[in-house]
Design a protein around this ligand. Structure first.
Ligand code: HEM
Length: 178
């Protein structure tokens, strides 16, 4: 297969990888906006806002992550085969930590926030547990989001990359010129 064909095959998963980043960042921003807009407008609106945020957290966020992981793993196999460089392994590690953080801490914390928002709407008073639960969920999502964002500098600067750039290391001429 020619180098040009290979390069173009490689570009398609990279383009989809970027759509995954857009979904991931977009869904996080949407949740922040919903939180801001609904947290001071009455208890019914608060509960509704938490439902919207919960739906986004369960659908768009994981979809973005799934797209990133699937296209990332595909690109890694296409380009590096079964022995990916250290920077790809760092990315896999970051994503594993982020995934564990979401599954073990984030998702249960969000479920608690939703539960207390609905309790508040049903009892017409803000549950004392709501604010601490919301603060905890916020902290977990900041940590997970930061872990995911670290993937960007790792992918762009590729730490510990052993391959030499042809531009920085031009081949030494073997025959005398002129
Ligand atoms: C298991 C998960 C992931 C794997 C295996 C993976 C792997 C890869 C690979 C192989 C590339 C191609 C880089 C190249 O050789 O030019 C890439 C590009 C990139 N990845 Fe990922 N990735 C993952 C998740 C993520 C996440 C979660 C983000 C950001 C939130 C991200 C951000 C980027 C960016 C910005 C590029 C473009 C780098 C460039 O073109 O210079 N990746 N990734």
């Amino acid at each position: 297969m020619s180098a040009a064909v290979k390069r173009n095959i490689f570009r398609s998963p990279l383009a989809i990888h970027f759509i995954g980043i857009a979904l991931l960042i977009g869904s996080r921003l949407a949740v922040i906006v919903i939180d801001r807009q609904t947290s001071h407008s009455g208890l019914q609106v608060l509960a509704l806002g938490q439902d919207f945020a919960g739906d986004i957290n369960k659908s768009l966020g994981p979809l973005g992550l799934l797209i990133m992981v699937a296209t990332g793993v595909a690109m890694s196999f296409l380009r590096y085969g079964r022995r990916p460089p250290i920077w790809v392994r760092i990315k896999v590690g970051l994503n594993l930590f982020a995934f564990l953080g979401v599954a073990l801490l984030g998702a249960p914390a969000f479920a608690r926030v939703q539960l207390w928002a609905h309790w508040s709407a049903d009892h017409n008073q803000l549950a004392p547990q709501f604010q601490p639960a919301a603060a905890q969920a916020d902290l977990y999502s900041v940590i997970v989001f930061a872990l995911l964002l670290v993937n960007i500098p790792v992918a762009v600067w590729k730490p510990f990359l052993s391959a030499k750039s042809p531009k920085l290391h031009p081949p030494t001429p073997t025959t005398a010129q002129g």
